[in-house]
Design a protein around this ligand. Structure first.
Ligand SMILES: [Cu+2]
Length: 299
């Protein structure tokens, strides 16, 4: 019944917030970028992100039941043991059954939380064999992505307002170039392929993050950290540096576009050949196909 109430679209924002936190409905969430009045996560497009969302939902249900239980208990105690109804308080100090219960039940709840939590951790750190390898390097304040197997390197810098307008005028759909997220050179990866991301930094600590992929890993100078993702839906997915790194920390977004494998291969070849016009043409073409998937919040 509750689900039915929540599936209606005419409720208040309070109702929407309650429903979202309980059922994890992605109806209010953006795809690949934030959307207006978003409450829940951005849409999950990798198995790991889906697992993160369902783990979040399980824990939220547990929080919900514990909160209701404690509230009901408090209400009952306030009513039943008020001075009027209970003028002579009991001097009981121990109750073995109760003490066993309030030890065993929380332990049981922690075990229920631990099982999916360990499963998720295991999945995040068990890298399937890679189809594509990307090395992401954080720089103050932009990102470099290298594809060692394809022999290409992409430097991506955030678009300024004037550059965004130019991009839109030149044919890029507006929802594909959101403010403070769009970059001059997007990175393409193939859909339904395992991508290993080796992350490092050339200066201070940054963090490579794409919410829709469920990816977040620190970029540490002098070290390689790693994550992996397998995006199952085409589109453009934005992320931002997520480790406070300096004055332009807020302006070093990451833009990963998930495309069909032949498009990826064409793009990689064009980048390798330094054929800027062809790269632009491929991206504009695929951007048109991906248009309309986002309710852009940051125009
Ligand atoms: Cu940063």
């Amino acid at each position: 019944m509750l689900r039915k109430v929540c599936s209606g679209r005419n409720g208040s924002w309070l109702l929407a917030a309650a429903c979202t936190s309980l059922f994890g409905s992605a109806a209010l969430a953006g795809s690949g970028q934030p959307s207006p009045k978003q409450i829940y996560f951005q849409e999950a497009v990798t198995p790991i992100a889906e697992q993160i969302h369902s783990f979040h939902d399980i824990v939220n249900w547990i929080i919900f039941f514990i909160t209701v239980f404690v509230m009901v208990l408090l209400g009952y105690v306030m009513w039943r043991f008020s001075e009027k109804r209970n003028p002579v308080p009991s001097r009981t100090t121990h109750n073995t059954t109760l003490e066993v219960l309030w030890t065993v039940v929380p332990v049981f709840i922690l075990v229920v939380i631990a099982i999916p939590s360990f499963k998720l951790l295991y999945a995040q750190y068990t890298f399937p064999p890679p189809d594509v390898v990307v090395k992401a390097t954080g720089n103050a304040w932009n990102w470099t992505h290298e594809f060692p197997d394809q022999g290409i390197r992409i430097d991506s810098v955030m678009l300024q307002d004037g550059e965004r307008e130019e991009a839109i005028k030149s044919g890029m759909p507006a929802d594909q170039v959101p403010r403070t997220l769009a970059v001059n050179n997007e990175v393409l990866v193939p859909v339904n392929k395992v991508v290993h991301v080796l992350v490092t930094s050339s200066d201070v600590i940054h963090s490579w993050t794409i919410p829709s992929f469920g990816s977040k890993v620190d970029a540490v100078p002098g070290r390689i950290t790693a994550t992996w993702f397998k995006a199952t839906k085409e589109g453009i997915y934005f992320g931002q540096c997520s480790e406070l790194c300096g004055k332009d920390h807020a302006f070093m977004p990451i833009a990963i576009r998930v495309v069909k494998e032949p498009v990826f291969n064409d793009w990689a070849k064009a980048v390798k050949d330094r054929n800027r016009n062809r790269v632009r043409e491929i991206i504009r073409q695929v951007a048109k196909e991906h248009a309309g998937q986002n309710k852009t919040a940051l125009r």
